[in-house]
Design a protein around this ligand. Structure first.
Ligand SMILES: Nc1ncnc2c1ncn2[C@@H]1O[C@H](COP(=O)(O)OP(=O)(O)OP(=O)(O)O)[C@@H](O)[C@H]1O
Ligand SMILES: [Mg+2]
Length: 252
């Protein structure tokens, strides 16, 4: 164990202590010190895995850290928790658990990791006042209420980090808005066709099975206006073109 080297190089720690070999983009995310990161990567790229590693790293190397991973529903939160536990179980030197309930674990350095299902109104996550790290997994499907409940929690500690990870889900909501307009965010994108772990045969099969709308979002990182979204963001942006003269209305 080389605690100092591992503290500043999470990708090295992931490789040597967890036996997880991150690809280039995963390593960039793991080693980033950016406080705002948005990950728009295809299905099964490793978003939840990387989220689990980031949380575990923060909790282990910074005593008394509070790390939250939120997800839209209990099923995903349980899956995130399971990933963290399985990494912990695989470590040669176990950090020691003080508490391990269904979705919460506390290490003996007093750090805590909580995997919280958002619910539709974000009520479950209110009350955690000063997290050091918040990860919103499946962010495009987390409600606006949940996201709005998370933001004030970043105010108490200037170093608090917020990481959003998802595939796109229409041209709407905070995940789309952050990707399209977020200033100061580290934006990471990877399409399935660029991932050597995903075979071209599998992608061909998915393309033949899914609607173009679903395939573009699930595997090509594209924010496609949904069929129920009558006016796309692109059309709105075009309509806001200042070069087009406004037509006077009424007496104006
Ligand atoms: N660098 C890697 N090396 C080997 N396997 C990897 C790597 N990154 C991810 N995987 C594997 O890919 C699979 C999908 O990972 P994960 O569930 O984290 O993806 P995801 O992006 O969250 O998927 P989804 O969009 O379906 O939620 C897992 O089996 C994981 O172990
Ligand atoms: Mg996932």
């Amino acid at each position: 164990m080389k605690p100092m080297a591992y503290a500043v190089a999470p990708s090295l720690w992931a490789r040597e202590a967890l036996g997880f070999v991150p690809d280039q983009k995963q390593a960039e995310i793991l080693d980033s010190s950016n406080k705002r990161i948005i990950i728009n990567c295809h299905r099964q790229w490793g978003k939840s895995t990387i989220s689990a590693i980031i949380c575990l790293h923060r909790a282990l190397f910074w005593p008394e850290s509070l790390c939250l991973i939120t997800a839209p529903a209990l099923r995903q939160s349980s899956e995130n928790f399971r990933k963290i536990i399985s990494f912990l179980d695989g470590m040669d030197e176990s950090p020691g658990l003080v508490e391990d309930t269904k979705l919460t674990l506390q290490l003996n350095n007093k750090s805590r990791i909580l995997c919280l299902p958002g619910g539709s109104d974000g009520r479950t996550i209110r009350g955690f006042s000063a997290p050091d790290l918040i990860i919103e997994d499946e962010s495009s499907r987390c409600s606006e209420e949940l996201h709005l409940a998370l933001l004030p929690m970043l105010a108490r500690k200037p170093h608090s980090r917020l990481i959003l990870a998802s595939t796109p889900w229409g041209q709407r909501g905070h995940f789309f808005k952050t990707w399209a307009e977020g200033q100061g965010w580290q934006k990471v994108e990877l399409r399935a066709s660029e991932n050597p772990r995903i075979s071209p045969e599998y992608l061909e099969e998915m393309q033949a099975t899914m609607s173009p709308w679903d395939f573009a979002q699930e595997f090509e990182c594209e924010f496609v206006a949904s069929e129920s979204q009558l006016i796309s963001e692109e059309m709105i942006q075009r309509a806001l073109n200042p070069d087009i003269e406004l037509i006077p209305f009424g007496d104006a």
